[in-house]
Design a protein around this ligand. Structure first.
Ligand SMILES: Cc1cc2nc3c(=O)[nH]c(=O)nc-3n(C[C@H](O)[C@H](O)[C@H](O)COP(=O)(O)OP(=O)(O)OC[C@H]3O[C@@H](n4cnc5c(N)ncnc54)[C@H](O)[C@@H]3O)c2cc1C
Length: 553
């Protein structure tokens, strides 16, 4: 297999030679650096690479060129290599155009000319982008392959686990992909053993559960210590931020998640409003960075581990794990966020995992290439899901009960949706039934204007409505409001049960619950802002507060 390619495009031969020289000086051991003097030549090179089956990792293009402009080259290269990172090379005077191109052509980055010294101005950005590219793309013939039925909930669970844990894999649908049958025959795997996971060394896991996959991939599922200073339950943005600070500030910190890292944010195809990522960042990329940072700073991470309950024992918190084991800690952060509520329409429950998915747009979208899908919900998560699905599906319908999206979705997403020809908004409409033999085939949609019901063909329904806080594992002594969100800090003092429950001579610390040393941060907390940044902020604060609590005990 040839080395992956970095392709540089510029009509100025001097600039082209300089970029090529700098890139070669650093990346030549692992990448081939190719150059093109025009957009047309660059696309011809990309087509040639594609024809040979070579990987293209990055395209760096000058913006101002006669003929095809840089943003157009980058947008068109995406059709050939959707995962390649795309960088615009601009003069300082063109930075506004570059920012516009980030929005319109979904570029990953822009670099200003001149980039001297490259060690500061060029390599850090390129290193980052190549890391992200590597994390997403595995050469087709190597790596993990998952073979199963598209409509099997068990296949979906393993796909979701691999994607959620940032493990690249190739999905082979047994009914559509000829390679699947070859693999099954060669390994002697029967239909009743699907889904099966094929490893590069030729070994196979037949019909596995996620913990078996984790163990086979060499992930530890056992805590390293008998006692922790801080255990964080939930590795969404709040939990990951607490793990970064806990690790860096010397607390013995353990982060647990029932699924994998990232939480709701990890399922987002593009977070555009998180500080420091001017081109937006995918949830999986943000998660990959955050987890790496937390582990590098000393936090321990285990997944999939579900916490089923907590007992308080002389100030120690004893966590009961769903698999029967126990972990003991001096302080605890509940950061278990929110989950989608089940949609009550008939047909939804029996098709869950077989065409009905809660969130999961990024995991399942490629399987619906050229098909018709429905997105139920009008929040930002639904908008991002619809945008991502529109890259693959022939038609995406967004079904909402309200008049429009303006009350529930950010304007930047409303604008993107309006400009996407294969997305159609169905306002004042409700999903009332799902039909199909073994998988979703049709959806019944009811108009809230006149009550009429239309049954329409649909291959999948992605549900993004009705979230509820995940607090069922917390003991009753952790007070919640009427909707089940956890009360913290001064909000507790107004609660009726507070005087009975709180026996300390001090007031609860901010973000502390009604049980001393048990903190809550992020979406499961009453009054939370439901944003990545606010969850990260709260998770970070908890570590300072944990120090205060531990100093009191
Ligand atoms: C598709 C989508 C797009 C979004 N886009 C944006 C955006 O662009 N900008 C923005 O600011 N916000 C966005 N949000 C909102 C943002 O993602 C959330 O506010 C944020 O993720 C909340 O973080 P959290 O850490 O509180 O909880 P969560 O992200 O909900 O994470 C909770 C974690 O706890 C784990 N868990 C639950 N129960 C247990 C248990 N018993 N044991 C162990 N682990 C458990 C779960 O597996 C999960 O990983 C989006 C949300 C979604 C769904």
């Amino acid at each position: 297999m040839n080395k992956p390619v970095l392709l540089v495009v510029d009509d100025d031969p001097q600039v082209l030679a300089a970029v090529r020289r700098d890139l070669r000086s650093r990346y030549r051991d692992f990448y081939t650096v190719l150059s093109a003097g025009s957009g047309e030549e660059a696309l011809a090179t990309a087509r040639e690479l594609k024809g040979r089956g070579d990987a293209l990792a990055m395209v760096i293009s000058d913006q101002r060129m006669p003929g095809m402009s840089g943003d157009e080259v980058l947008a068109r290269s995406r059709e050939l290599y959707p995962l390649a990172r795309r960088v615009l090379l601009t003069a300082y005077s063109d930075i506004e155009a570059a920012i516009r191109a980030i929005n319109e052509a979904h570029l990953d980055h822009y670099l200003s000319k001149p980039w001297d010294p490259p060690e500061e101005q060029l390599f850090p950005a390129v290193d980052d982008l190549l890391d992200a590219w590597q994390a997403e793309s595995l050469p087709e013939a190597t790596g993990l392959r998952l073979v199963g039925h598209q409509w099997s909930p068990r296949s979906h669970a393993i796909k979701d686990f691999l994607a959620g844990n940032l493990i690249p894999y190739r999905w082979l649908d047994v009914l559509r992909d000829p390679d699947a049958a070859k693999l099954l025959v060669a390994a002697g795997v029967g239909e009743d053993e699907l889904p099966s996971l094929f490893f590069p060394d030729g070994s196979v896991l037949r019909n596995p559960e996620p913990p078996q996959v984790a163990e086979r991939l060499g992930r530890s599922l056992s805590a390293a210590f008998d006692l922790y200073d801080l255990v964080i339950v939930g590795a969404g943005p709040a939990g990951l931020a607490a793990a970064v600070y806990g690790g860096s500030e010397g607390l013995r910190t353990l982060l647990l998640d029932r699924h994998g890292p990232g939480g709701q944010a990890g399922t987002s195809s593009r977070i555009e409003n998180y500080l420091g990522f001017p081109a937006g960042v995918s949830g999986s990329e943000l998660t990959r960075r955050a987890l790496m940072q937390a582990q590098r700073l000393g936090a321990e991470f285990l997944a999939p581990i579900e916490v089923a309950g907590v007992a308080i024992d002389a100030g120690y918190k004893r966590l009961a794990l769903a698999d029967g084991r126990e972990i003991v800690t001096r302080s605890l952060l509940a950061a278990t966020g929110m989950a989608y509520r089940e949609h009550p329409a008939p047909g939804v429950a029996e098709h869950t995992g077989a065409g009905v998915y809660y969130g999961a747009a990024t995991t399942e979208a490629p399987a619906f290439r050229g098909r018709r899908v429905i997105v139920v919900g009008g929040g930002n998560s639904a908008g991002q899901g619809a945008m991502y699905l529109s890259r693959y599906a022939e038609e995406v319908q967004i079904v909402v009960r309200r008049e429009g999206l303006s009350e529930t979705m950010s304007q930047y997403l409303i604008d993107q949706i309006a400009q996407t020809p294969n997305i159609r908004l169905r306002s004042r409409t409700e999903l009332v039934r799902i039909e199909g033999e073994g998988h979703v085939e049709r959806a019944a949609l009811s108009s809230l204007e006149d009550g009429s019901v239309r049954v329409e063909d649909a291959d999948a329904v992605f549900i993004f409505i009705g979230t509820h806080p995940r607090t069922e594992w917390l003991p009753p002594a952790v007070l919640r409001n009427a909707k089940g969100f956890v009360l913290t800090g001064r909000d507790l003092i107004a609660a009726e049960a507070y005087p009975k429950l709180w026996k300390e001579t001090r007031e609860p610390l901010p973000l502390e619950t009604s049980v001393p040393g048990v903190f809550a941060a992020g979406d499961l907390r009453a009054g939370a802002m439901n944003r990545v940044a606010s969850a990260v902020g709260e998770g970070s604060m908890v570590v300072r507060l944990t120090h205060e609590y531990l100093a009191l005990t």
